[in-house]
Design a binder for this molecule. Structure first.
Ligand SMILES: Cc1cc2nc3c(=O)[nH]c(=O)nc-3n(C[C@H](O)[C@H](O)[C@H](O)COP(=O)(O)O)c2cc1C
Length: 192
């Protein structure tokens, strides 16, 4: 699936870390692949896998879990995978329709980090916008204006802005944030 994994298969060495992601429409996968590429360029060895492959975390020195925002929480597949993890140094990255500096995004990051902290050591959480499924935007447009998801000009503008993400700046910021998470966790072994 990825060159790092093939290399590890050849040398028989376990990967240093695991990047596992859940993505419905591709935004979070895009970030995960950028982080994996950025890490490879920096000499940080990691296995990259979609959550559907249910990668075995055993022996991973750290884990980065990617998720997308679904009704104010991480998506179900990411949360399910998280439930099976215990004792790991675990960082998060995710995409959402809301602005990353909004109260909604801050609440999401806090909720997710609290879930990580139940059984693992949280390393941080990077969030950026990701384009919203146009079918969802159309559904919201059909709602009355006073509905919590009813569309007004401010919300339309947010959906238009989300459609531009993740962009190059988001990918660079994700690599930097995740590199810092890993650096903060270095020197200690994994839980596996
Ligand atoms: C069913 C559904 C629920 C969503 N819920 C939220 C939400 O609560 N908050 C938010 O900011 N974005 C929400 N979004 C937007 C997605 O989180 C965003 O588009 C994300 O980038 C999708 O990631 P993916 O392409 O990796 O699947 C929702 C999207 C869908 C389709």
């Amino acid at each position: 699936m990825c060159s790092t994994q093939e290399q590890n298969k050849k040398t028989g060495e376990p990967p240093q870390g695991l990047i596992v992601y859940s993505s419905k429409t591709g935004n979070t996968r895009n970030l995960a692949e950028a982080i994996h590429r950025g890490f490879a360029e920096a000499g940080i060895s990691a296995q990259l896998a979609p959550v559907e492959e249910n990668p075995d975390p055993l022996g991973a020195a750290w884990i980065l879990l990617g998720f997308w925002a679904d009704r104010g929480r991480g998506d179900a597949k990411a949360l399910d995978y998280l439930k099976g993890l215990s004792g790991f140094r675990l960082g998060l990255f995710g995409t959402l329709g809301a602005y990353p500096d909004s109260a909604h995004a801050k609440g999401l990051a806090q909720t997710m980090q609290a879930l990580v902290a139940e059984k693992n050591t949280p390393l941080g959480c990077f969030l950026c916008q990701g384009k919203i499924d146009p079918a969802l935007t159309e559904r919201f447009k059909s709602l009355p204006a006073d509905h919590p998801h009813g569309m007004n000009e401010e919300r339309m503008q947010r959906h238009r802005e989300a459609a531009k993400h993740p962009d190059d700046a988001d990918r660079a910021a994700a690599i930097a944030a995740c590199t810092a998470m890993i650096a903060a966790s270095s020197g200690a072994g994994g839980a596996g």
